[in-house]
Ligand binder design. Structure first.
Ligand SMILES: NC(=O)c1ccc[n+]([C@@H]2O[C@H](COP(=O)([O-])OP(=O)(O)OC[C@H]3O[C@@H](n4cnc5c(N)ncnc54)[C@H](OP(=O)(O)O)[C@@H]3O)[C@@H](O)[C@H]2O)c1
Length: 248
């Protein structure tokens, strides 16, 4: 019996696959039957992800997405895919009075321009099949102010949401769907790397109506759904996954 939620027979590219949400998304895609192409910069950590994949036919294509030459080489080595999950990204917590142009460039380069350039080339070179699905990791911070001092990061994700909505409209001519996932705080290395202390994180987590921050699998399961045929009538959407923090 056909299972519309299965990814059997699909090939899925996951960027940011060396850590956090991207790693878990790659693992869950493989569990649902997909062949997965893993990309990020750190080859050792990509191999750790690879070792956790189920099934066969997976591939590692390392690339620094800040380097347009490496983006081009990733696209030329890429097999035709049915789906893409764009997870590469970087956080920043900084009061707006210190938000210089350099800081904007740093965050916008990796959160907006890098995933867009990769997607643009994949689409242009027809490396994503008709009726494919693209899932982009934006953020709740790109739709509203849910935690302080995330102005630059939030702006990059708001821009990403907007760009992806235009892609959804234009790519629909090939029946390719484009959706964004907008998570609240998810427990990955990203949230422990910044200037926010562990005590501040623990206090903040208590504000979440469902009692906890997200886990990478909370996001991965939604990505799997959006990649699957079960979501074949969904495009141009921003799916908020946030343990209820936005309705608090
Ligand atoms: N965690 C959260 O609370 C949260 C909330 C909302 C949205 N998000 C978004 O979800 C996505 C995944 O975040 P995460 O929490 O899983 O973070 P993470 O664990 O820090 O993972 C970030 C990934 O991005 C890759 N990356 C960074 N710079 C890159 C570059 N120049 N070229 C290629 N890959 C690069 C990293 O791989 P390498 O270092 O190996 O290159 C890593 O695999 C991000 O877009 C983030 O903004 C996260």
């Amino acid at each position: 019996m056909k299972n519309p939620f299965s990814l059997q027979g699909k090939t899925i590219l996951v960027t940011g696959a060396s850590s956090g949400i991207g790693r878990q998304t790659a693992i869950e895609c493989s569990r649902m039957g997909a062949s997965v192409v893993l990309s990020a910069r750190n080859v050792e950590r990509l191999q750790e992800t690879y070792s956790q994949l189920e099934g066969e036919g997976h591939l590692i294509l390392p690339a620094d997405l800040l380097d347009t030459v490496q983006i081009e080489s990733l696209v030329s080595s890429l097999p035709e895919v049915n789906g893409i999950v764009l997870c590469c990204g970087k956080g920043l917590t900084l009061p707006m009075q210190f938000a210089t142009r350099d800081k904007f460039d740093d965050i916008f380069n990796i959160n907006l321009f890098a995933p867009f350039e990769l997607l643009r080339l994949i689409y242009k070179k027809k490396k994503i099949q008709k009726q494919g699905s693209i899932v982009t990791l934006a953020s709740l911070g790109g739709t509203q102010i849910f935690s302080g001092r995330n102005g630059i990061y939030g702006a990059s994700k708001a821009a990403l949401n907007s760009v992806m909505m235009f892609c959804a409209k234009e790519f629909s001519s090939r029946r390719i769907r484009v959706n964004c996932i907008c998570p609240g705080m998810v427990d990955t290395p990203l949230i422990h790397r910044g200037t926010v202390t562990e005590e501040q994180l623990q206090e903040n987590e208590k504000l979440y109506p469902l009692g906890r921050y997200g886990k990478p699998e909370d996001i991965a399961y939604a990505a799997v759904y959006l990649l699957s045929d079960a979501a074949s009538w969904i495009t141009g959407q921003q799916l908020v996954l946030d343990g209820g923090i936005s309705i608090k």
